[in-house]
Design a binder for this molecule. Structure first.
Ligand SMILES: Cc1cc2nc3c(=O)[nH]c(=O)nc-3n(C[C@H](O)[C@H](O)[C@H](O)COP(=O)(O)OP(=O)(O)OC[C@H]3O[C@@H](n4cnc5c(N)ncnc54)[C@H](O)[C@@H]3O)c2cc1C
Length: 367
């Protein structure tokens, strides 16, 4: 095994890269593990092609971006340019990323952890878990896993096809406006992007809403289906797996009868962007303490969900093991200096991942 490292950074997303840049400034020894083959593989895998990247700072955070190299520019560049920016930062700073190497487990105790991957092991004092949160939520519908997409792989595949996007947040909105633009620019495409959300109101930020509004004004065919509930998978007369969604038109007609207004789409034309859930199972396997939400303790997580417990420096119950960025979004349990534990909101944004890296590196520098 090579010499002991100051830290192993898991993931080369905005959080992992920021931690690496700060570690370099502090002259710490480190390796970055990336299970994919490219820098920011998580973003490459989840953003629609051409999606603009916003340098959003949540309202409750007054500070500017703490690591400017990772900040998306104010002029809102497409994701491909943002990836190029990150790749340039990696090569200018000579950050050695171990691509195609997947983090598996941690053995030992502080300050002598052994991080195991599918290719080898590293002796290290600290571990920064910056592996994002890209485990998609299930629609809970029979057959969905086989055919429902989670993102647009190739937008041109949807030209001439009525497509259904499910979800009420920014990721769904981005997919809707990207698809609408591709279809509109294809000129002869009279088909639509149907956008279904289970609730009446959509939760999207200002920048995303502006893009969407522009797309509608430019003639995009976007049809909004509020209170639309994905119901069942069915097999059509032609043997195609279909997804049926309905909007209730009457709560009850009496005598146990309900009337629904519904639509059915081939599952291969459905993209479900209904969020991701945290890597709770991975935290369990690492023996990191999580707290179950019960009663009124949690406002963001649901009853029964388990949230990682972290100090204000984002250190887990195991000294020297930290978790940052998407991996701890949308909320975690923070132990305050008074030892009180409360749920802490953590927006899944590039800014928060970068800020987290800064907090952790400040703590490591003081140790
Ligand atoms: C469609 C979409 C649009 C978005 N738009 C914006 C936006 O405009 N502005 C904004 O601020 N935020 C946006 N976000 C959110 C933003 O991308 C995330 O908050 C950010 O990427 C989180 O950074 P991270 O470093 O924590 O994780 P990630 O970016 O997910 O990076 C984690 C990395 O870890 C790697 N990894 C995972 N597991 C392992 C393992 N076991 N071993 C080794 N490597 C591993 C992954 O391959 C990945 O490269 C958007 C998100 C989505 C889905």
């Amino acid at each position: 095994m090579p010499a002991k490292l100051d830290m192993v950074i898991v993931g080369s997303g905005p959080g992992g890269l920021s931690a690496a840049l700060l570690a370099k400034q502090q002259k710490k020894s480190f390796v970055i593990l990336e299970k994919g083959s490219q820098t920011m593989q998580g973003i490459i895998d989840t953003y629609p092609k051409g999606k603009k990247v916003y340098p959003t700072i949540p309202k409750s955070y007054p500070d500017p971006f703490p690591v400017l190299e990772i900040k998306p520019p104010e002029e809102k560049i497409p994701v491909e340019k943002y990836i190029e920016q990150a790749q340039a930062v990696v090569s200018e700073n000579d950050l050695q990323i171990h691509f195609n190497e997947e983090f598996k487990s941690i053995d030992g105790t502080f300050p002598d952890y052994i991080v195991k991957t599918d290719k080898g092991s590293y002796l290290t004092r600290n571990v920064i878990l910056a592996f994002g949160s890209n485990i998609p939520n299930d629609l809970g519908i029979y057959g969905e896993a086989k055919t429902v997409a989670r993102n647009i792989e190739n937008g041109e595949d949807y030209i001439g096809i009525n497509v259904l996007v499910i979800g009420g947040g920014n990721a769904a909105a981005d997919v809707v406006s990207s698809l609408s633009k591709i279809k509109r620019e294809a000129k002869d495409d009279a088909t639509s992007v149907f956008w279904a959300h289970i609730k009446e109101t959509f939760e999207i930020n200002k920048d995303t809403a502006r893009d969407l509004g522009e797309e509608v004004l430019l003639g995009g065919h976007i049809k909004i289906l509020q209170k639309a509930i994905p119901k069942i998978g069915e097999v059509g007369a032609d043997g195609i797996d279909r997804l049926y969604i309905h909007q209730t038109t009457s709560s009850s007609m009496g005598n146990d009868l309900y009337m629904y207004q519904g639509m059915s789409f081939p599952m291969k034309n459905v993209i479900a962007c209904i969020g991701t859930h945290g890597p709770s199972a991975i935290f369990d396997a690492l023996n990191l303490q999580q707290i179950t939400c019960t009663g009124a303790i949690c406002k963001i997580a649901k009853e029964g969900e388990r949230l990682l417990m972290l100090s204000r420096h984002l250190e887990t119950n195991m000294n020297g093991i930290y978790a940052i960025g998407g991996a701890i979004s949308p909320s975690y349990m923070e132990i305050g200096s008074d030892r009180m534990i409360k749920e802490k909101k953590h927006s899944n944004l590039i800014y928060t991942a970068v800020l987290d890296a800064k907090k952790v590196m400040n703590k490591i520098q003081q140790d």
